[in-house]
Design a protein around this ligand. Structure first.
Ligand SMILES: *Cc1c(COP(=O)(O)O)cnc(C)c1O
Length: 220
């Protein structure tokens, strides 16, 4: 095997290796490069290397950075991975192709309205509060079936489920839980795994891994 020369090559090689061990097709796993807080100059080299999926956590920051970059790299697929306020739903629907943080009924309603107005709607992951920690957002596990049904009724295209496991404890059980919840709700996508644990997430069924630090270095 050739030696990986860039962080992107290194992460891709690790994804391929985890897929190989799990007997999965690497084409089933989308690498979302989380570029939040990093300027356009840090993002451009990855675009030039062929990376197409990028994640941001704030609508306003993403608008500023991506309007020019998207013009130059029109095949870019932008993912919102951070919490979304209902009053920013319209802007988010304009800019993003995928939203990973749909987590409550009021946001389903705001997105449905924004979808009506824009004539398009990003694919959405429902974020699940797998660790039962309030501060990160996410729908309570008990409320998930009702939220899935409401989003489906509102015509929001659902890609799957997303989670951010609690910090500093073994994430694998939470990834396994998200996989089961996605299965139980008939949803294909599992957005799980970050720089420290994306290989574990892939072993447990991740379809989208959200990797920032391993690609861009530490955030300031
Ligand atoms: C910042 C962030 C990531 C990336 O985290 P790293 O540890 O830097 O890879 C992934 N998902 C979400 C929701 C984030 O906010």
């Amino acid at each position: 095997m050739e030696k990986a020369e860039t962080p992107l090559q290194e992460v891709r090689a690790k994804i391929a290796k985890a897929c190989n061990i799990a007997r999965r097709d690497p084409g089933e796993v989308t690498l979302v490069a989380v570029s939040k807080t990093h300027p356009a100059e840090a993002i451009e080299p990855l675009l030039i290397e062929g990376q197409r999926h990028f994640g941001e956590n704030r609508v306003q920051e993403a608008q500023g950075k991506w309007s020019a970059l998207k013009e130059r790299f029109p095949a870019t697929v932008l993912h919102l991975v951070g919490q979304l306020q209902s009053n920013k739903a319209e802007d988010a629907v304009e800019l993003f192709d995928v939203i990973h943080s749909l987590d409550r009924s009021s946001l389903v309603k705001a997105l449905a309205k924004a979808k009506e107005k824009a004539g398009r709607c990003p694919e959405c992951f429902i974020q699940v509060d797998v660790g039962e920690e309030d501060q990160k957002g996410g729908c309570a596990i008990a409320d998930l079936p009702a939220l899935v049904a409401e989003a489906r009724e509102a015509g929001i295209p659902l890609a799957g489920l997303m989670c951010i496991p609690p910090a500093d404890i073994e994430p694998a059980p939470f990834f396994a839980l998200l996989d089961k919840l996605a299965h139980d709700n008939g949803l294909p996508g599992r957005s799980m795994g970050m720089s420290g644990d994306f290989e574990t997430a892939i072993m447990l069924g991740a379809t989208h891994v959200r990797v920032g630090t391993a690609l861009f270095g530490a955030r300031g």
